[in-house]
Design a protein around this ligand. Sequence first.
Ligand SMILES: *[C@@H]1O[C@H](CO)[C@@H](O)[C@H](O)[C@H]1NC(C)=O
Ligand SMILES: *[C@@H]1O[C@H](CO)[C@@H](O)[C@H](O)[C@H]1NC(C)=O
Length: 332
Amino acid sequence: MSGKLRFYASLLFAVSSVLAAAASDDVKIAVYWGQNASEGTLRDTCSTGLYAYVNIAFLSTFGDGRAPVLNLADHCDPPSGGCASLATDIASCQSVGVKVLLSIGGGALGGYNLSSPSDAQGVAAYLWDNFLGGTGVAGAPRPLGGAVLDGIDFDIEAPSQYYDDLARNLTSLYRGDARGRAYMLTAAPQCPFPDASLATALGTGLFDHVWVQFYNNPPCQYAPGDDAALRSSWRQWTAGLPSATVFLGLPASLDAAGSGFVDADTLASQVLPAVEGAPNYGGIMLWSRSYDKDTGFSVKLQGILQNRNDQTGTDRVTLSDAFVFLLTSSQS
Ligand SMILES: *[C@@H]1O[C@H](CO)[C@@H](O)[C@H](O)[C@H]1NC(C)=O
Ligand SMILES: *[C@@H]1O[C@H](CO)[C@@H](O)[C@H](O)[C@H]1NC(C)=O
């Protein structure tokens, strides 16, 4: 192979490796489940094949001396142990490759708060013992039975402190897991950057996926025919979180949020082109399974995303073919 050919070949190889990495990391859909029994079971939600991540919503009460409370609306009754049966649904989700996380916080702002670093440490230990790899607390049944979730999601919407401590403490518990399992940290900040509640926590760089809420926030969400605010906010989020993948968080129907709903056609033609160029773009988060089930939004969305994933795959094949062509022609 001549020096010039070798140069082009290695250049093509480098480019195709980068594209291969991007394509194997296809964009995905994350969803929240738990606030409306009409959305169906967790098992059925996972078996739709639509979602890669399901956030169980919410652990709505914790911190500052409160006894933690899991609130799953009318799905089941945590105090009586009624949610322990979700363990088999969670196992079923995990067996088909869906990651299941517990989301802490949510819209009931008065219910949660951390009062000090040691409070954060206590909450981290509680989460680890009750939902993750910990062995539980003697005499206190785990709210989701034997389920070992894949991580914790921070949906903190009240002004707050010490969530950076919580993130660090959870991470050190994750790393000490006797079974060597991997656990995730995720978060759902609002789109104004930086987020008023989660900026310090996100600044730790410990979060794997961050699903930013581009709804109920007109100053940074998509407006019909005008993507400037979205683009500018998206650029800040993706540049500001280089070690995380960033998801575009959207309502799954017009009724799911006060503002920010984008129909599937507009999403494909106007919004995805504005976000998918970011190297750490991870996919779309939807609030919530209940609205999504009613409208079938993610069924359309999945079709759109698969098309776009396939196009990346095609580029990769073309480049690998070119590489092989270069190699063969250099030998003749
Ligand atoms: C949360 O905790 C902080 C720090 O202790 C305290 O200043 C604040 O008043 C608390 N907020 C609520 C809503 O409990
Ligand atoms: C919890 O995090 C704080 C700092 O954020 C640290 O000082 C403390 O040692 C951590 N505790 C554990 C058990 O990791």
